[in-house]
Ligand binder design. Structure first.
Ligand code: ATR
Length: 275
């Protein structure tokens, strides 16, 4: 039995063990996957103890994704662009770090929700770690334009510059819905942490006009404030981020085991459990 875990603080409510247990059953992989709580000042010590005990890999969640990036000896292009790591694989030649959040977002939106990224005009709300983590996969998916809007405009400008891609541009919330935002968007992704207080980002609701899908990176038993905001403005499809959670887990599972689990049945189970 190979051992894996999710490390975080807090980690008690993580759904990752339930997801990976289902993947393992489905693909007949002999693994164990636990929760690994770490003190805020004890990330490295906790990881080293897990490795010393034979652990093969870790998922990394709040607030350790940047520390995990620093800890790696090898980093994927996705991890480098994100500046953060959510998947560690302990191998003979060192510690491999990857970031599966962005590909998880793109797969959930592209496959489960059937949204076509090629040529799409995308608005991302937020410019923190969550936004940065998904930037490269969104651009790689072939979007025509990626507008990063943030409450604090300077952070949006910085993140757009970091993307180093002519399709990416940053602005403040106040510049949205005005002439400055151009001809509108096909997809809006909420990467702010406003929802943690059950608040919607304070954007002009006109940004939702003509939008085909509004996607929140967080999830819950009830529609989030952002989903309610977009739905009230007539957005035809809204989703929370539960599917992203399942897809990023599937990509981690693939990195560790070389096998791709089916995500649709696991998504359905989790959704039913949340309700
Ligand atoms: P995370 O890792 O969740 O992205 P973060 O790096 O602290 O956390 O970034 C939080 C993001 O949510 C930022 O874009 C932040 O906007 P500011 O840069 O202006 O602070 C955004 N955010 C948090 N609370 C918000 C709110 N109530 N309304 C709008 N944006 C909010």
């Amino acid at each position: 039995t190979d051992r894996y875990a999710v490390i975080g603080n807090p980690v008690a409510h993580s759904r990752s063990p339930a997801i990976h247990a289902r993947f393992a059953r489905q693909t007949a992989q002999d693994i164990a996957y636990d929760r690994l709580p770490a003190p805020l000042d004890g990330f490295v010590a906790t990881v080293e103890a897990f490795r010393a005990a034979g652990g093969k890999g870790l998922n990394v969640t709040v607030p350790f994704k940047v520390e995990a990036f620093d800890y790696c000896t090898h980093r994927s292009a996705r991890a480098a662009a994100a500046g953060a790591v959510n998947t560690l694989a302990f191998r003979d030649d060192g510690v491999h770090g990857d970031n599966t959040d962005g590909v998880g977002l793109v797969r959930d939106i592209g496959q489960r929700l059937g949204f076509r990224f090629e040529g799409a005009r995308v608005l991302m709300l937020g410019a923190g770690g969550a936004a940065r983590g998904v930037l490269l996969p969104l651009l790689d998916a072939g979007v025509a334009r990626l507008t990063i809007a943030n409450r604090t405009a300077s952070r949006a400008h910085e993140l757009a510059a970091l993307a180093g891609d002519a399709r990416a541009a940053g602005c403040g919330f106040d510049a949205l819905g005005s002439a400055a935002s151009g001809e509108g968007f096909d997809l809006v992704v909420n990467a702010t942490s406003a929802g943690l207080d059950d608040a919607a980002p304070a954007v002009d609701e006109a940004v939702y006009d003509g939008v085909r899908l509004a996607y929140d990176m967080v999830y819950g038993a009830r529609p989030t404030a952002f989903m309610r905001q977009a739905g009230a403005r007539g957005c035809p499809a809204v989703s929370d981020g539960l599917g992203m959670l399942v897809e990023q887990a599937a990509e981690s599972f693939f990195i560790w085991r070389g096998v791709r689990p089916l995500t649709a049945p696991v998504y359905r189970d989790l959704r039913a459990e949340l309700a």
